[in-house]
Design a protein around this ligand. Structure first.
Ligand SMILES: Nc1ncnc2c1ncn2[C@@H]1O[C@H](COP(=O)(O)OP(=O)(O)OP(=O)(O)O)[C@@H](O)[C@H]1O
Ligand SMILES: Nc1nc2c(ncn2[C@@H]2O[C@H](COP(=O)(O)O)[C@@H](O)[C@H]2O)c(=O)[nH]1
Length: 402
């Protein structure tokens, strides 16, 4: 190649530069600077379709090169955007593509690429497709006492015994009739539990309705070691602590249809004294408020008709027969628009689509959360989250997590 990299590639894109015109005529679309190199992506294999070839300009030597490209590159699309993700990879978003096929990473100096550089003795880049999620995360179920958390969890465990495992909490409250130590709770002395909390044995603990409750690290590990997906039934304080811990989980808040229904369920259960019922109801008011705290819960379910709520819970967890089909459908239906702009905050990308008619059902803006990425080339880059944004409200009101 050998031609000089013009200033416009380094300092922004000069529309009228001959080299830019030349690159554009070859179908190259984006130029991303990473350290001393500029990665130009695009090109046309057969003179018609836009492809995803890569050229590299070394600013130090002034030399263009065609790198060795590992991995499968994205299929030709109607265009793409490239954003520097961090100093070792570029995020590529292909335009007018379904959401399950729009996010790619071009790794330019990850450990994998550096190792291949050494072995092959050439400049190496590697494609890795971004995929949503990364295997089953623990599930945190929270909500006021008597709302039906335990009932929903029991149904889940009964229907999917080999999938889910319950994190058996510790508590200082006295066992109820039919409650078995080590199954429903580890019933324990307060001083013993306090010492174990001080010793760092708990993932979280809280004073709930006058008693100490807590999730031990061992309780979560026991479920994971059994190869099951862990379910935690904990109060809102506990959910908050887990949110700020290193445990990645799905947070679900269960609401009653009304406060009266909650009161009736709690009384009808007949497990608490009147004084305790009153205390739990008082606490429920605050918990219901806290359940709406922004960013704390991923999903809020109303437990009105038990079967309906259970069905919705299964849908969230991808367990009902139609969930997969619905998910596939939504991924195909929602497309990254042809025209958009991207803004980046940390590792979250806001993709603003073109203007949308008020009331249009299909969102044209998306939020891509790449803050919890795992894996990468060779293979997939996992852990992406994609949210469609409700066009009628402000951009922080996600209408669904896809
Ligand atoms: N959708 C529902 N409609 C009517 N009753 C329900 C519903 N869901 C659960 N219940 C009943 O409400 C009572 C409380 O349910 P459950 O014990 O599961 O609540 P919980 O949220 O686990 O309470 P706690 O936090 O105190 O452990 C139970 O008697 C249960 O049978
Ligand atoms: N923070 C935690 N809360 C917990 C834990 N285990 C249970 N709970 C919550 O306590 C209340 C009352 O439960 P109950 O069995 O006495 O009715 C309920 O909201 C549970 O979710 C825990 O380990 N940590």
């Amino acid at each position: 190649m050998g031609e000089e990299a013009p200033e416009y590639l380094l300092d922004g894109l000069d529309k009228f530069s001959p080299l830019r015109c030349d690159l554009e005529s070859q179908g190259y679309q984006t130029a991303t600077t990473v350290g001393d190199k500029i990665y130009v992506i695009g090109g046309s294999d057969d003179g018609t379709k836009l492809s995803m070839n890569v050229k590299v300009f070394d600013k130090l030597t002034g030399i263009w090169s065609i790198p060795t490209v590992l991995g499968t590159k994205p299929v030709p699309s109607k265009g793409h955007s490239a954003v520097l993700f961090n100093n070792d990879r570029i995020l590529i978003l292909t335009r007018d593509s379904p959401l399950d096929d729009c996010t790619w990473f071009l790794e330019v100096s990850t450990p994998f690429v550096k190792e291949k550089d050494k072995i092959l003795g050439t400049e190496v880049v590697a494609w890795s497709k971004g995929v949503r999620g990364d295997g089953p995360m623990p599930i945190v179920i929270s909500g006021p006492s008597g709302v039906g958390k335990g009932t929903l969890i029991s149904k889940l465990m009964k229907e999917f015994p080999s999938t889910f495992g319950f994190s058996v909490s510790h508590t200082t409250r006295a066992p109820r009739e039919k409650e078995v130590d080590g199954v429903h709770y580890h019933f324990t002395e307060r001083s013993k539990m306090e010492k174990e909390i001080m010793d760092g044995k708990f993932l979280e603990s809280a004073l709930v309705h006058g008693n100490l409750y807590g999730t031990s690290i061992e309780a979560v590990e026991a479920v994971t070691d059994a190869g099951k997906r862990c379910i935690l039934d904990i109060d809102v304080q506990g959910a908050r602590s887990v949110r700020s811990s290193s445990l990645e989980a799905i947070f679900i808040f269960i609401c009653p249809p009304s406060f009266e229904d909650l009161e009736k369920r709690l009384r009808d259960r007949g497990t608490e004294t009147e004084e305790q019922v009153q205390k739990r109801l008082r606490n429920a008011k605050a918990e219901l408020d806290q359940g709406k705290s922004p960013g704390l819960f991923d999903h809020i379910l109303v437990n009105d008709v038990l079967e309906t709520c259970y069905k919705n819970l299964k849908k969230i967890l991808g367990l009902d027969e139609t969930a997969d089909a619905l998910y596939q459908q939504s991924m195909k239906n929602h497309k990254i628009p042809l025209c958009y702009s991207i803004s980046k905050t940390d590792q979250k990308f806001l993709i603003h689509g073109g203007s949308n008619e008020l009331g249009a059902a299909t969102p044209t803006s998306f939020m891509l959360d790449a803050s919890l990425l795992k894996g990468g080339a060779p293979g997939r880059t996992r852990g992406l989250k994609i949210y469609a944004i409700d066009p009628l409200t402000d951009s922080l009101n996600w209408i669904e997590q896809l």
